[in-house]
Design a protein. Structure first.
Length: 349
């Protein structure tokens, strides 16, 4: 597990949490933007640029500055990295060639805020103000789709649709044609409350948190089917498959932050919600899931926590039950023998 901290990346041993390696960075790592991994290469955003970290050698192999502030998470396709850079009043989404020192393949600039990108087919999709941009992943061609309100978080792309949250407290859904244009009459909206998060689509349900709670929507009809009102102002929902494909979200309840675990088994069962951890502050916190299903999260003070599912060994459980029953039987036998001895020692007439 990798944990960026200051001008270093800590590589942690998942078994015991110890530090396996410390990788030095040329600049401070970004606290608000996440990197991504391509094979054994980590693309790590730093304050004004990006780095390629060879995880097989635990060292930075390529570093490039862009003269502004990295303002989005990194995405990677076929050796190309995508991220946005803010420079004064302009923001630019870059497509760069990782193997060629992050040289620019294409760029898209806007006076509006640009979100982090998602990918569907041959298109990199991101928000730029009130426009959803579908840009070809390697060619300098794109389609701009006005959606009527500023897109405030990264879109989420499933195989068949694109979901996004906007500044009016709605979550929207649309479908793209093969050329990146919007399929006619496919734009649908649902009101979920102020400050909605990035939506998450999973098993025909759409999860999105807002000031009014964590909402579960029918992702086909875009209608709310359930709301957990206690999970207010929550983080972007995410999945931890190692723990049974549950959906997780961090929300604020009065003066404390809570890590929630949501299980939605379908129409015949009401969704359930469980608080699994408490934190002092998660304002700028981040979360990640390892390959073995361990859930890591960092609070606003930089403390790192880990949650993992306890594995059950059936053989050991049966053995423990047998030992416990044997101990109980032994106690009863000892009590019976003690009773017989006391009875034998008493005088008989």
């Amino acid at each position: 597990m990798l944990f960026p901290s200051g001008k270093q990346i800590l590589r942690l041993n998942e078994a015991d949490g110890s530090t396996e390696a410390v990788i030095d960075l040329p600049l401070e790592s970004s606290r608000s933007c996440s990197g991504t991994i391509l094979g054994s290469i980590l693309i790590q955003p730093v304050t004004s640029g990006v780095c390629a970290v060879d995880l097989s050698q635990n060292k930075v192999t390529i570093s490039h500055e862009f003269g502004g502030t990295i303002d989005s998470d990194c995405a990677v396709i076929d050796g190309m990295a995508y991220f946005s850079v803010r420079n004064d009043s302009t923001e630019t989404m870059y497509c760069t060639d990782i193997g060629n020192g992050f040289s620019v393949i294409w760029e898209y600039s806007s006076d509006a805020d640009i979100t982090s990108a998602t990918v569907q087919g041959d298109y990199v999709i991101f928000g730029a103000g009130d426009t959803l941009v579908a840009h070809h992943y390697k060619e300098d061609s794109f389609c701009e789709i006005p959606v009527g309100a500023d897109i405030i978080e990264a879109p989420f792309a499933s195989q068949y649709a694109v979901f996004f949250s906007d500044s009016t407290g709605h979550v929207g859904k649309l479908r793209l044609n093969s050329d990146g244009t919007m399929e006619q009459d496919s734009l649908v909206r649902c009101e979920v409350g102020a400050s909605p998060s990035t939506p998450l689509q999973f098993n025909n349900s759409l999860y999105v948190s807002s000031e009014t709670g964590l909402h579960i929507l029918d992702s086909i009809n875009m209608e709310i089917t359930h709301t957990f009102e206690t999970v207010r102002n929550g983080s972007t929902p995410f999945i931890c498959r190692g723990n049974g494909e549950r959906v997780y979200c961090v929300g604020k309840n009065e003066d404390r932050w809570e890590m929630h675990c949501t299980l939605n088994l379908g129409e015949d069962n009401a969704p359930t919600d469980q608080i699994i951890a408490l934190m002092d502050d998660f304002t700028d916190g981040r979360s990640a899931v390892s390959k073995n299903g361990t859930l890591y999260f960092r609070d606003s003070m930089g403390r790192l926590f880990a949650l993992t599912k306890v594995e059950y060994n059936i053989f050991m459980m049966v053995l423990k039950v047998i030992i416990m029953l044997a101990l109980i039987a032994g106690v009863f036998i000892w009590i019976r023998m003690l009773g017989k001895r006391r009875s034998a020692s008493m005088p008989k007439y």
